[in-house]
Write a protein that binds this ligand. Structure first.
Ligand code: HEM
Length: 366
């Protein structure tokens, strides 16, 4: 076969692929929420500005409504925008929407056995366990609130040391938020200069940045091919490994010092659960799943909360009158709380005094 016929065959093959792809897309789109028309193989990738994905999605929301379809490569994804739609899907209809889609940027690096990206009964059991354990720590000897207040104290100290000079809040907030979760999970917070804390927050933020970039999006679409393509996505494994190594060290130390009657943190609770279910071959709790679930908790808790706080601070800076109102509101309730506290103490004091006087009088009368 000569060159021209090979090229012609390749061209025909290419056109057939495109036609088949369009047929598939049209069939799928008939059953999915509305959305922009994708192109074969790339989907809607070219319509997304990955440097400002939120604005792109908000514009699409204005056009197609709060629930719309976007093709990430060959795979369709449903985008849910806004509080009402999110609440309906994730809370009111959690049983229907509770499962996780394939998300190779996480799954290929942290593997399954976790609580965030794995489906199935075992993942649900581990998820329930994690929520219950965190809730129990909320009521335990050192509550989560206490840990947050302790960390806020350290954060304020750090802020004071800047002496009012302009600083980027990102690492300050990331360190303090991550420390609260580390304290619940590992049982201890880190000093802000501790290399391990820096490694944890750097890994999280660097990986989030790669995942939200074009590289991460293409990796999610074609993970097998991207394994052979050089680029920033190749660094994700190393960043995940950094957190994994720190976690493994903590687990080893906890295994040696575990007191089943006195769990200190999430690791202890998980280790106790593994021991309790040792005879169950179908148990959802085994040593391999412990670092994975910890990775989920640290990853899930750090970026979300510190970004929310950053935005909160930004909004308060933009609207100082609202910041002032909030300060008055907090001060009012603070004073009210202490006044009530003092009144209750005084009432108790007078009640005890009154009771004591009555008793003494009775004794004198006798
Ligand atoms: C502003 C704060 C937060 C936001 C906006 C947020 C958002 C979310 C969302 C949207 C999901 C997926 C839910 C679903 O598909 O049903 C999720 C799951 C998860 N989050 Fe968060 N999160 C926040 C704070 C936290 C914190 C503090 C932790 C850890 C202590 C955490 C750990 C997790 C874990 C482990 C999962 C996967 C398991 C599950 O879905 O139950 N998140 N988060």
């Amino acid at each position: 076969m000569d060159w021209s016929s090979t090229l012609l065959l390749l061209f025909i093959f290419f056109i057939v692929c495109i036609i088949l792809n369009y047929i598939k897309i049209f069939k799928e789109k008939a059953t999915l929420p509305p959305g922009p028309m994708p192109v074969p193989f790339l989907g809607n990738l070219l319509q997304l500005n990955t440097n400002d994905i939120v604005s792109t999605l908000m514009k699409l929301k204005d056009k197609y409504g709060p629930v719309f379809t976007l093709y990430f490569g060959p795979k369709p994804g449903i985008v849910i925008c806004g509080y009402r739609a999110m609440k309906e899907a994730l809370i009111d209809q959690n049983e229907v929407f509770g499962d996780r889609g394939e998300y190779p940027v996480f799954l290929n690096f942290v593997g399954d056995h976790d609580i965030a990206f794995t489906n199935g009964e075992k993942a649900k059991i581990r998820r329930r366990f994690a929520i219950l354990t965190l809730r129990n720590f909320g009521m335990g000897k050192r509550s989560i609130e206490e840990r947050i207040l302790e960390e806020a104290h350290f954060l304020i100290k750090e802020f004071k040391e800047t002496k009012g000079s302009p600083v980027s809040l990102t690492s300050y907030l990331a360190h303090s938020v991550s420390n609260v979760i580390c304290s619940i999970v590992y049982g201890n917070r880190f000093d802000y200069n501790d290399k391990r804390l820096k490694a944890i927050t750097d890994s999280i933020f660097n990986n989030f940045s790669i995942m939200s970039s074009m590289w991460g999006t293409i990796y999610n679409m074609y993970p097998d091919i991207m394994e052979y393509v050089p680029g920033p996505h190749k660094k994700m494994k190393k960043y995940f490994q950094d957190i994994y190594d720190i976690t493994e060290d903590f687990i080893k130390h906890h295994e040696k010092t575990l007191d089943p009657k006195n769990p200190r943190d999430y690791i202890d609770c998980f280790l106790i659960k593994i021991k309790e279910e040792m005879d169950n071959p179908d148990s959802a709790f085994y040593i391999k799943s412990l670092p994975r679930t910890i990775q989920n908790l640290i990853f899930g808790g750090t970026e979300t909360v510190s970004t929310t706080l950053r935005y909160g601070i930004l909004i308060l800076m933009k609207y100082p009158e609202i910041a002032g109102e909030l300060r008055t509101y907090i001060l009012f309730y603070y004073i009210l709380y202490y006044m009530l506290y003092i009144i209750i103490i005084l009432l108790l004091y007078y009640y005890i005094l009154y009771y004591y006087i009555i008793r003494v009088r009775k004794e004198i009368d006798v």
